[in-house]
Design a protein around this ligand. Structure first.
Ligand SMILES: C[S@@+](CC[C@H](N)C(=O)[O-])C[C@H]1O[C@@H](n2cnc3c(N)ncnc32)[C@H](O)[C@@H]1O
Ligand code: SF4
Length: 359
């Protein structure tokens, strides 16, 4: 039974140089108009009993705690649900964190990206390294016991030493969870333009692989479990909402450009405000694209997403079983028991190649 919801907040203070997420600068009035429409959209769906709620963006922490509270009051949230809000350090202070906590948010995911001032400047972040760290301490002080930090690596001109500096700082804070993504050069971003002009160059493959290996090794030394390709947690602190995506479970997606998976249909919401508001004001769900997922496709999704959850892996059937056996022989998978396969260390490093074998 569907029990998770993703809520997209498409607003940011500024566009970071590497990011192509759907987000825009906004006024107080525009954010209020959006929240009203969002609540109307939420009320177009049945009142599922939810055990995970995820405010993603964009920058959800640009909303007021009152707006977050209003959105939450339109949901049917079960006891002990995980309720996450993505936070940009530049948008918060102690009072705001406390009010978010009071509104029901019990997990924050803070966009740190790097603790190095030069990196932050290159990335076009609006906060300093000290402000990133401060956001973590303020969240703790406000009572958040489940904090995730987002970082990136393989940045322009980044050395292995520079990454080690970020990791040292990260582990000194001891967040319950962290995500660390290798930079993706997204078309249409400042970074991509600079790449095309030759001002930046992509990180050498060997260096990127060494960086990833260092992350995995250091995380393990510090007691973190790599439970997904880019996600690490202390025992018992997996991100419950995101894990639903990797387990191919259904979830609602609401808000501009949000994706959802409901009644065997993967859907994507409208990407422009006029279309989004237009449909909602006519009482229509703001969906522009739907794809029925056949049982065969569902199985493929289950394998390629499921393998991402490294400790759990997959339970293949039919011809995928013999593919898994071949991948074990090649050293990409480990057979944990009779019919349970997980990524090996080599498989983790070459995960995309392994996944493509299933398509
Ligand atoms: C929606 S943002 C997180 C919250 C908030 N917007 C912030 O940045 O502080 C999600 C995360 O995706 C990652 N990300 C965004 N663009 C990326 C890219 N081009 N390559 C790798 N990671 C990226 C960043 O780590 C970012 O924190
Ligand atoms: S990384 Fe976060 S703050 Fe920066 S533009 Fe993307 S969504 Fe906005």
């Amino acid at each position: 039974m569907l029990n998770g919801i993703y809520i997209h907040i498409p607003f940011c203070l500024n566009k970071c140089n590497y990011c192509d997420f759907l987000s825009f600068k906004s006024t107080v009035e525009e954010r209020e108009k959006y929240v009203t429409a969002l609540i109307e959209e939420i009320n177009m769906y049945p009142k599922f009993s939810l055990n995970t709620v995820y405010f993603g963006g964009g920058t959800p922490s640009l909303l007021t705690p009152e707006q977050v509270s209003r959105i939450l009051s339109n949901l049917n949230i079960s006891e002990n649900a995980e309720i996450t809000l993505e936070v940009n350090p530049k948008t918060v202070n102690l009072e705001k964190f406390k009010s978010f906590r009071k509104s029901g948010i019990n997990r924050v995911s803070i966009g740190i990206q790097s603790f190095d001032s030069e990196n932050l400047k290159t990335l076009g972040r609006m906060h300093s390294s000290a402000e990133g760290e401060e956001a973590f301490f303020l969240a703790r002080k406000a009572g958040f016991e489940n904090i995730s930090l987002d970082l990136m690596f393989s940045l322009p001109n980044q050395s292995l030493e520079n990454l080690k500096f970020d990791l040292k700082k990260l582990f000194s804070l001891k967040p319950e969870h962290f995500s660390i993504y290798s930079l993706i050069w997204e078309e249409g971003t400042e970074f991509f333009t600079k790449l095309e002009k030759g001002e930046y160059k992509e990180t050498d493959n060997d260096l990127e692989a060494s960086m990833y290996e260092v992350i995995i090794e250091e995380a393990e030394k510090q007691g973190y479990i790599q439970y997904e390709i880019s996600n690490f947690c202390l025992p018992g602190k997996r991100a419950l909402h995101n894990t639903k995506y990797w387990k191919n479970e259904e979830y609602l997606g609401v808000g501009l450009g949000a994706s959802g998976y409901y009644n065997d249909i993967r859907y994507k919401n409208d990407l422009t405000f006029p279309e989004y508001y237009g449909k909602i004001s006519n009482g229509i769900k703001p969906i522009f694209e739907e794809e029925f997922v056949s049982p065969d496709e569902k199985e493929v999704y289950e394998y390629i997403l499921g393998l991402r959850v490294i400790p759990d892996g997959i339970f293949p059937k039919g011809k995928s079983l013999s593919l898994c056996e071949t991948l074990v022989e090649k050293g990409f998978l480990i057979k944990k028991n009779a019919n349970n396969y997980t990524l090996s260390k080599k498989g983790i490093l070459m995960a995309n190649d392994v996944f493509s074998e299933f398509i």
